[in-house]
Write a protein that binds this ligand. Structure first.
Ligand SMILES: [Fe+2]
Ligand SMILES: [Fe+2]
Length: 185
C-alpha cells in the first residue's frame, strides 16, 4: 500500500486548486472518522477520501474515468480504484458503491460540500454548528446550489442510516481539523 506522502505527491501532480485541496482533506477527515467508528482502517479510508477527486481538475469531462490510470501510478489496487470510481455513481459512472466504505464516500462527498458552505456563512464557522443549521441550508436550493441533495439522500438510503446522524458525525469529524481545512473561526 502506498503512503499518504505518496498520495499527496500524486494529488499535487494533477491538482493545484486550494479549494479542491480543502475538499480532499475534508473528505479524508470524514472518511477516517467513519472508519474508526466502524472498526475499520482509517489510513485506507482516508487515502480513498484524499484521492477520490484526483482526476477532477485536469480531466473534468472524464471524471472518474481517468482516475484509474492516475491511481495506478502509485500502485493502487482494484479495490481502491473501485472505491474511488464508485463515488461518481449515477453522475459520471455506473459503478455502484457496494461496500460500506464506498457508500459512506458517496454520501459524504456532496454532504461535506453543504456542511463546509454552511460553516463558511457563520462567524464561528464549525464551532458549535448544529445539524439544524445544515438542514436549514439544505432546504434552500439556491444555497450551495452545486450540492446535489438527491445524492446525499440516496447515499443515506444505501447506508440505511439517518441523514441527521450522518451530518452530526461529519461535523464532529471536521471540528478538530477546522484550521487545516480553511475553516478556522
Ligand atoms: Fe467527484
Ligand atoms: Fe468530491
Amino acid at each position: 500500500m502506498f503512503t499518504r506522502d505518496q498520495a499527496l505527491v500524486l494529488w499535487k501532480k494533477y491538482n493545484a486548486s486550494e479549494s479542491l485541496f480543502h475538499h480532499a482533506l475534508t473528505v479524508e477527515a470524514i472518511m477516517r472518522s467513519f472508519a474508526m467508528e466502524h472498526g475499520d482502517d482509517p489510513e485506507y479510508w482516508g487515502l480513498v477520501g484524499l484521492l477520490h477527486d484526483i482526476d477532477w481538475e485536469m480531466f473534468p469531462e472524464i471524471h472518474c474515468k481517468k482516475a484509474p490510470d492516475i491511481l495506478k501510478e502509485i500502485g493502487a489496487d482494484d479495490a481502491f480504484i473501485h472505491a474511488v470510481v464508485s463515488h461518481g455513481w449515477n453522475i459520471v459512472t455506473d459503478v455502484k458503491p457496494e461496500h460500506y466504505m464506498e457508500k459512506v464516500l458517496y454520501t459524504i462527498d456532496e454532504l461535506s460540500g453543504l456542511i463546509v458552505a454552511t460553516a463558511l456563512m457563520r462567524p464561528e464557522k464549525l464551532n458549535g454548528m448544529s445539524v439544524k443549521s445544515v438542514r436549514k441550508k439544505w432546504k434552500t436550493p439556491s444555497f450551495a446550489a452545486g450540492v446535489n441533495r438527491d445524492i446525499i439522500t440516496s447515499g443515506a438510503e444505501l447506508l440505511g442510516e439517518d441523514i441527521d446522524s450522518i451530518i452530526a458525525r461529519c461535523i464532529t469529524a471536521l471540528q478538530p481539523k477546522a484550521e487545516e481545512l480553511g475553516l478556522g473561526a
